[in-house]
Ligand binder design. Structure first.
Ligand SMILES: Cc1cc2nc3c(=O)[nH]c(=O)nc-3n(C[C@H](O)[C@@H](O)[C@H](O)COP(=O)(O)OP(=O)(O)OC[C@H]3O[C@@H](n4cnc5c(N)ncnc54)[C@H](O)[C@@H]3O)c2cc1C
Length: 484
């Protein structure tokens, strides 16, 4: 692997550009380089690993028991990538993608590193941009002291930092128990785990139990859940949450079985599962569908993870939540697909080499459905019932304003809602409000999220400064377009 320290070191073009150095991107890059492609792997973080293996080669956390065996397994994936011939651009944000009009069939990508931007071209692109935590809008979630559980995990992995004072962790999903365990092992004072898993979900997930019992998730999940229940104050069946405080978080109030409880705390960590991070694939023009079981928008991909835009594939959790091990395998399969489209592998060879990877992927995906069904968030945590709850944090738009616009003004979808209320127009580009805005419109209009649609996004996908844009090399045509 050849690391890039400055934007000038990038080549003009690559056979394959991969965005995201999590398990999917790392495996795709290693495999594609092994197949003879010129590969650039770009990631905004300073070290490879993505979310699960974040900072696995640089973390200051030395006690291996804190982050657990699954985390340290990432060193092997990073090691294989490091031994490959791929080029690696850390701290490099990819903010745009579009057709390269000078070379039909190829792509133009906008990247920034150290405050400098560059446009490069790629014959194929793999988006391995992973997952994000599902928004969890409750009253008071914008108070200082409230953050996502994933953000706390990022601080732990990358800096060895844990919240000080009393911490409450609230929400649902397997990662909730993992995070509670990791933070407790690191010395965090956990006042309570408030579990919002809906009791009724157990019966809905029943049919998926046989596969789950034969999956690797069963033993792991049970161990994490039992540890959280045994070692920490665990409150199950929580149906309402409110963070309160004047200027900063002071308490979390919750309801359980019709009773109200209050816990004084300094930090509240919220988490209700992860959903594919679709901003990039959306801005690239790839088609998406609403997956009712994952309750999330998912890009439409074929058996090689090729999207509906020829030349762009989407691998890993960005193409539907499947977990870290599946992400790595999906990255490999996407690399076989890209190599074949570039003529480096014929179809028979592609199929032969990808066969065992595909079989392994099938095993790793076994049991996921049970998790999707069991941990589907309760409706009140998807569409906040209290009108004053802020939904779009960037533009401070509330649930009440969105309901009102959908009902009184007849706003039918999130794009129209943007025009009326500016929700989704801030720096996060709707990442933190999009799913909730869709839920609220759907609920108000008696429609499904699938019928309601999602924001239509445009590059830049990530914030980029005017100075970076202005410093981009200009073509004669672009100069004459604005100079008179
Ligand atoms: C906060 C969080 C914590 C998680 N922790 C765990 C865990 O501890 N254990 C577990 O089993 N699962 C965890 N998951 C689930 C998890 O995402 C894994 O299943 C796995 O990391 C998915 O791998 P991936 O390669 O698809 O994407 P990721 O590992 O998410 O990697 C995607 C990478 O792409 C980068 N990226 C995205 N957009 C751009 C861009 N425009 N330009 C440059 N770089 C970009 C991201 O910064 C990231 O490094 C976590 C998820 C989240 C959201």
């Amino acid at each position: 692997m050849t690391p890039i320290a400055s934007i000038e070191q990038l080549a003009e073009s690559y056979d394959l550009v991969i965005v995201g150095a999590g398990p999917a991107g790392l495996s795709a890059a290693a495999r594609a380089a092994e197949l003879g492609l010129s590969v650039l792997l770009a990631d905004e973080n300073p070290a490879p690993g993505g979310q699960i293996y974040r900072a696995v080669t640089t973390t200051p956390v030395r006690n291996r028991a804190i982050l657990g065996d699954d985390y340290w397994r990432g060193a092997d994936i990073v090691g294989r990538f490091e031994r490959s011939q791929a080029t690696y651009a850390p701290r490099c944000t990819v903010w745009s993608i579009g057709p390269d009009e000078t070379a039909p069939g190829t792509f133009e990508l906008g990247l920034s590193l150290d405050g400098k931007a560059r446009i490069i071209s790629a014959r194929q692109v793999i988006l391995a941009t992973g997952a994000q935590e599902r928004p969890f809008p409750i009253p008071g979630w914008t108070l200082p002291g409230v953050m996502t559980a994933g953000a706390a995990q990022i601080a732990l992995k990358s800096a060895g930092a844990i919240p000080s004072g009393r911490t409450v962790i609230a929400g649902c999903g397997p990662l909730l128990y993992l995070l509670a365990g990791q933070l407790a092992a690191a010395g965090c004072q956990i006042a309570a785990v408030l579990d919002t898993t809906q009791k009724g979900n157990w019966s809905k997930a029943l049919g998926a139990i046989p596969d789950f019992l034969r999956s690797p998730y069963f033993a792991k999940g049970l161990k994490l859940m039992l540890a959280a229940r045994r070692k920490l104050r665990f409150v199950a069946g929580v149906t309402s949450l409110t963070a309160t405080g004047g200027g900063k978080l002071a308490t979390v109030q919750f309801e359980q079985n019709g009773r109200t409880g209050t816990i004084a705390c300094d930090t509240l960590l919220l988490h209700q599962g992860v959903i594919p991070s679709v901003n990039f694939s959306n801005a690239a023009g790839c088609a998406h569908d609403f997956d009712a079981e994952q309750h999330a928008w998912v890009p439409r991909v074929d058996a090689w993870f090729a999207s509906t835009v020829p030349g762009i594939a989407i691998a890993g959790d960005g193409a539907g939540i499947g977990g870290a091990e599946s992400a790595a395998l999906r990255g490999e399969i996407a690399a076989f697909g890209a190599a074949s489209r570039l003529g480096k592998l014929n179809e028979a060879e592609r199929d032969r080499q990808a066969g065992p990877v595909r079989a392994e992927l099938e095993k790793k995906l076994r049991g996921r459905r049970f998790l999707d069904l069991l941990y589907k968030p309760a409706p009140q945590f998807l569409a906040p019932p209290k009108d004053e709850t802020i939904v779009c944090r960037c533009e401070e738009v509330t649930a009440g304003q969105i309901r009102d616009a959908a009902k009184r003004l007849g706003v039918t979808g999130p794009n129209q809602m943007k025009a009326f209320l500016r929700c989704g127009m801030g720096p996060c580009q709707g990442r933190l409000c999009g799913p909730t805005v869709v839920e609220l419109i759907a609920e108000t209009r008696g429609a499904t999220p699938a019928e309601t649609g999602y924001y239509r996004l445009r590059p830049p996908i990530k914030p980029v400064t005017l100075a970076e844009l202005a410093a981009l090399p200009q073509t004669e045509a672009s100069v004459t377009a604005v100079v008179r």
